[in-house]
Design a protein around this ligand. Structure first.
Ligand SMILES: NC(=O)c1ccc[n+]([C@@H]2O[C@H](COP(=O)([O-])OP(=O)(O)OC[C@H]3O[C@@H](n4cnc5c(N)ncnc54)[C@H](O)[C@@H]3O)[C@@H](O)[C@H]2O)c1
Ligand SMILES: [Fe+2]
Length: 377
């Protein structure tokens, strides 16, 4: 038995951002975005179509953290009348910040107590969100959770509520055309990680796997071409659609071992989220071979019949586009990766993984062995 559910209304295609006025339908809104001038210009376009926002938060930084979120929630709480809708204009950090604002009702302490102490402190009446992703990676525009970081304690939290599904996601590849190469790479690899993690997952179902297979095939086939020409709108559109499909897939399954392993790597070593997830994909793939016939079949439709060779090809793919394919590529010692891996299996997301701990650990040790043999030779 399985079920699939995603309530987010989607608008996709080049130029669909211009429909934002219609989406806001004259409602008062708070606009959440980054400080860069490009996003200021986009905010002006929204204001020209719908009037000025009642709150303009334009200082979101990557990986929303407790310290900064508290101040942003205070600004929402200080309004005499709350906005009718939150407009998130940016990548995962912006959309997740909007989700925290929506859940906070202007008081971050409610969210903090919920995340840290498990209190049911979040009130009903969560503000609706319109998400306009400007990166093609996180899928946050179609999920009901936000990643919240607390760098001071080195802990990553997940804020999850059904009401946090955006009411609408406007996915316009034109907004992604100015992403630099490094951001294009790391965000697309985040999407590839979502796709694969939803396949080797206890919660996988035929619909999520179908989205995931399409997404992974597209990213593997077209990301190198996009990296050769970052201005190619057709390729941007393909990767945006793949990231969205990967988002739909893992919106129903959540992520698994590679994500569980990624969080301390981002917190301790500052590795961008997408790369912190994708460096371990070849190793995790080796650890899931033969665990489940349907999973194997889905992976074979991405990587070919020989999945050992598929894992090798995935490593080669990552290195060809300049991404790390093992802990050594990130400069992280084997002992640290091994210890993190053991913790990752025990984490909430790690427990979604259907493969074998022994096989993943063995694959990790072989990787280090082969790298050090190559270096010695
Ligand atoms: N909620 C979820 O379902 C979910 C899933 C995966 C990841 N995440 C979280 O999302 C965050 C990562 O989000 P992200 O990868 O989208 O990046 P991001 O939002 O952290 O942004 C990274 C940088 O990219 C720049 N940027 C964004 N769009 C741009 C564009 N079109 N052109 C030029 N520069 C642009 C921003 O200014 C910023 O400096 C992490 O905190 C991660 O944990 C959330
Ligand atoms: Fe992710």
């Amino acid at each position: 038995m399985w079920s699939f559910h995603n309530p987010v209304r989607l608008s996709f295609g080049t130029g669909c951002f211009e429909g934002i006025g219609e989406a806001l339908t004259g409602r008062s809104y708070a606009l959440v975005t980054y400080p860069d001038p490009y996003f200021g210009e986009l905010a002006e376009r929204v204001a020209a179509l719908n009037g000025a926002p009642c709150l303009f938060i334009d200082n979101v930084i990557p990986n929303p953290d407790f310290a900064e979120l508290a101040g942003l929630c205070d600004r929402l709480g200080a309004l005499s009348r709350p906005p009718e809708v939150l407009l998130a204009l940016g990548g995962g950090s912006v959309i997740d910040t909007a989700k925290v604002l929506a859940a906070s009702n202007g008081d971050f302490d409610l969210v903090r107590r919920h995340l840290v102490k498990g209190e049911s402190s979040i009130a009903s009446g969560i503000l609706p969100i319109i998400a306009v992703p400007t990166t093609a990676g996180t899928g946050s525009e179609v999920t009901c959770w936000a990643t919240v970081w607390d760098a001071s304690t080195g802990v990553k939290y997940s804020l999850a509520r059904d009401e946090l599904y955006p009411e609408l996601a406007i996915v316009d590849p034109l907004l992604m055309c100015c992403m630099p190469r490094s951001l294009t790479t790391s965000t697309a690899l985040d999407a590839l990680s979502h796709a694969l993690e939803s396949i080797w997952n206890v919660n996988a179902n035929p619909i999520s796997t179908n989205y995931a297979v399409t997404a992974a095939r597209e990213i593997l086939s077209y990301l190198p071409n996009l990296l050769d020409d970052l201005t190619d709108l057709e390729l941007r559109t393909r990767i945006a659609k793949a990231a969205l499909m990967a988002g739909l897939a893992f919106s129903n399954t959540k992520t698994a071992l590679a994500h569980s392993l990624s969080y301390p790597i981002t917190l301790r070593h500052g590795v961008p989220h997408g790369l912190a997830c994708s460096f371990s994909l070849p190793m995790v793939l080796r650890g899931v071979l033969g665990a489940d016939a349907e999973c194997d079949a889905a992976l074979q439709s991405i990587f070919g019949l020989d999945l050992e060779a598929g894992a090798e090809n995935l490593s080669a793919f990552l290195r060809t586009i300049g991404a790390p394919a093992c802990g050594t590529d990130l400069g992280i010692a084997q002992d640290e990766i091994r210890a993190l891996l053991i913790d990752a299996f025990a984490g909430v997301r790690g427990r979604n993984f259907i493969g074998s701990r022994e096989r993943v650990v063995a694959a990790q040790e072989n990787l280090y062995h082969s790298v050090s043999t190559t270096v010695t030779a």
